[in-house]
Design a protein around this ligand. Structure first.
Ligand SMILES: C[S@@+](CC[C@H](N)C(=O)[O-])C[C@H]1O[C@@H](n2cnc3c(N)ncnc32)[C@H](O)[C@@H]1O
Length: 367
């Protein structure tokens, strides 16, 4: 089955529109615009470090923590740590070789996982793997599975990098793949392992950075990277992904993205200095944003780096022109319009889009 074309998307939209013209829709739209400010604000750089990272197109880790911050960060020793204090924090030997950026990511995601262990109290959903193809064509995660469902995964070796709580690892294992999954954070992996054991799925989890994996070379048939590459050193991660993949393996990427042209608007003085501060109290509403100090959306340059070793691109779609920038993604009707705009403007979707879904065949060049 072919992906829905712009005409079908528009006719689906018109049908939806007729069904949804109601006060509920109006209030959704209003709330959508309220969400704008919020989401866009949350994605803005919060610290001098983050601005620096974005401006310099990164790679050089720097600490902008004062000695007092480090002193405060010391706090109570973490029960997961074995011994040693590195740069003012308790770190295990295992973490001694991490870069500063990886350490900050690790700290952030350890805490994040501790605060979200309640995910274990909820039933695990396999909806995406059993859904009809393109049933939620406006959503990148569902479209990723629409694509993965077309692949023969049974008994194939699949690597999930930066697996977090293991959702993709579990779903791919349920689809019959032999899954290996890695993450920096032992607390996230502990949630993932508990979920896998509860769901009676055999998955091998390892704690390590994607930039320096300890898997053998040439073993994976598929590699899945969802919302991880924007946290890492992309060239180093790509080297490792290529090394561990077989020639002809399929690489699937689903990541937050912004074209550098669009990014310049987001980081304009007016938006950063006037608009966001003016909206700050309204925007936060006491919520903790899920954004690490070093993360940065992929740009077209990162995408070029990612597709360099791919001999054939089999999937490329952009999502989230306005959704997750000026409106939350919980309103399907807005999301459909949003994706329809990107489908209709496909040649410039890479400039407008806020998320990219990519699939490509890895070509390994023999030395
Ligand atoms: C935004 S979460 C995404 C998790 C999962 N892929 C998902 O979509 O739910 C990013 C994950 O990347 C992990 N991470 C960050 N930097 C990493 C690195 N250098 N190597 C491996 N994992 C990393 C974090 O611990 C975190 O679990």
């Amino acid at each position: 089955m072919q992906p829905p074309q712009a005409r079908e998307i528009f006719s689906a939209l018109i049908n939806d529109a007729l069904r949804s013209i109601s006060s509920k829709c109006a209030s959704n739209v209003a709330s959508g615009f309220v969400g704008l400010a919020k989401d866009e604000f949350l994605q803005a750089p919060k610290t001098r470090h983050e601005v620096y990272v974005r401006e310099r197109y990164d790679r050089v880790p720097i600490m902008d923590k004062s000695p007092k911050d480090l002193e405060n960060a010391r706090g109570t020793p973490d029960p997961f740590m074995e011994r040693g204090i590195i740069k003012g924090r308790y770190m295990s030997d295992k973490h001694a070789n991490l870069t500063e950026r990886q350490r900050r990511e690790l700290e952030y995601h350890r805490e994040h996982a501790k605060q979200h262990r309640s995910i274990l109290n909820r039933p695990f959903s396999y909806d995406v793997i059993y859904a009809k193809k393109h049933s939620r064509w406006w959503n990148a995660a569902w479209e990723m599975y629409s694509f993965l469902n077309t692949q023969e995964l049974r008994n194939k070796k699949v690597l999930v990098v930066g697996c977090g709580f293991g959702e993709d690892a579990l779903r791919l294992a349920k689809m019959g793949a032999q899954v290996e999954a890695l993450d920096l954070s032992p607390e996230s992996l502990s949630v993932a392992k508990e979920l896998a054991s509860r769901e009676k799925l055999q998955i091998s989890f390892r704690e390590m950075p994607v930039e320096t994996m300890d898997y053998e070379s040439d073993i994976f048939d598929f590699v899945v990277a969802r919302d991880i590459l924007h946290h890492v050193d992309i060239p180093a991660a790509m080297n490792e992904i290529i090394r561990t993949s077989k020639n002809g393996a399929l690489f699937v990427v689903n990541e937050v993205y912004t074209h550098s042209f669009t990014d310049r608007i987001r980081h304009s003085a007016f938006v950063e200095k006037k608009l966001y501060p003016a909206m700050q109290s309204f925007v936060y509403e006491g919520e903790q944003p899920y954004i690490t100090e070093d993360e940065r959306k992929l740009t077209e340059k990162d995408v070029a780096e990612i597709v360099k070793p791919l001999k054939k691109i089999v999937l490329k779609k952009h999502f989230n022109f306005l959704v997750n920038r000026v409106a939350p993604d919980k309103y399907d009707f807005l999301s459909k319009i949003d994706r329809a705009i990107l489908a209709a403007t496909n040649p410039i979707a890479h400039i407008l889009g806020g998320r990219v879904l990519l699939g490509g065949v890895i070509e390994k060049i023999e030395n």
